[in-house]
Design a protein around this ligand. Structure first.
Ligand code: C2E
Ligand code: MG
Ligand code: MG
Ligand code: MG
Length: 283
């Protein structure tokens, strides 16, 4: 995973004029992405949450937001999750990180509701290790109790490629979570291998069309067809559908024309820090 993340970053750097700077920063990243550094970052409170709003593409209203972690490193600056989440996922560190995320995000969203704002539903990325951990259900309930957080304010996103690896066991866990009244979304949909049988058996509320299919809308006929097929699949299974990575007006129109109302992407907004998000909610 870590190698893969590094490779991807290098790949992006190739046609970037900041090539050398990027390569040098990367060496620093490699050093930073050590387990002990992540542990220290938790202790030093160096993680921070950004929130990316999700919109109803027709009415332009905010329907919810996804919490996305960043590492505010004292000397390296803002480090994206792709640089440390894959490594954290190899150990139980991911559980500690995601517990912190859950606590911080719930507290923030509750605060916004208390201020009379409408943040909508909070989406959290749930690592598969977390889902599989025996104490997760209790932790989740405890967290919601502690922050007086209503289950209907919460949606948990699981990655299609992770959850489909061990569907029998995961379906039971997901059922227990769903019974609490928490919504469930399948993230990066289309990149993993979903068995249609499990898609039917999972207590899902939403499919998130992966950004890789949205990117080439109207440029790649196959991607257009895939996007339309995913929307049709969601409709026929009575699931909500949301597109991630929507950057252009053209992509937005295509999605709206084909029945996908819910939109997340730079076209409407990049992920924002809490201060910027609060400002947006007040507008
Ligand atoms: P994801 O859950 O699929 O999140 C969406 C990613 O797409 C985010 O990247 C977001 O910033 C990016 N994105 C959204 N709209 C656009 C767009 O229009 N254009 C482009 N180019 N990108 C867009 P980010 O924040 O770097 O997160 C990457 C991945 O890291 C996430 O993918 C998720 O799998 C993981 N992640 C982030 N935060 C957490 C967390 O708190 N816990 C766990 N376990 N994983 C996390
Ligand atoms: Mg996600
Ligand atoms: Mg995704
Ligand atoms: Mg992703």
């Amino acid at each position: 995973y870590a190698d893969n993340a590094m490779y991807k970053a290098k790949d992006e750097g190739r046609d970037n004029f900041q090539f050398y700077t990027k390569e040098m920063t990367e060496l620093a990243f490699e050093r930073v992405v050590l387990e002990s550094n992540i542990r220290q970052a938790l202790i030093n409170d160096e993680f921070t949450l950004y929130y990316q709003p999700q919109f109803n593409g027709s009415t332009k209203e905010i329907i919810g937001m996804e919490a996305l972690i960043r590492w505010e490193h004292p000397s390296l600056g803002l480090i994206p999750p792709s640089k440390f989440i894959p490594l954290a996922e190899e150990s139980s560190l991911i559980i500690e990180i995601d517990n912190w995320v859950m606590k911080t995000a719930m507290k923030q969203i509750k605060e916004w509701y208390d201020k009379g704002l409408s943040p909508g539903v909070l989406s959290l990325n749930l690592a598969i290790k977390q889902l599989e951990s025996a104490v997760f259900l209790d932790t989740l309930k405890k967290r919601m109790d502690e922050s007086s957080f209503l289950p209907e304010w919460l949606k948990l996103e699981v990655l299609e490629r992770d959850v489909m690896r061990n569907p029998q066991d995961n379906v039971e866990k997901l059922n227990l979570i769903h019974k609490l009244g928490v919504e469930l979304a399948l993230d990066d949909f289309g990149t993993g291998q979903s068995s249609l049988t499990y898609l039917k058996r999972f207590p899902l509320d939403e499919l998130k069309i992966d950004r890789s299919f949205i990117k080439d809308i109207n440029q790649d006929a196959e991607d257009d067809a895939i996007v339309m097929a995913i929307i049709a699949l969601a409709k026929s299974m009575k699931l909500n559908i949301i597109a991630e990575g929507v950057e252009t007006e053209e992509q937005l129109s295509f999605l709206l024309d084909n029945g996908c109302q819910n939109i997340q992407g730079y076209y409407f907004s990049k992920p924002l820090n809490a201060i910027a998000m609060e400002k947006l909610l007040k507008e």
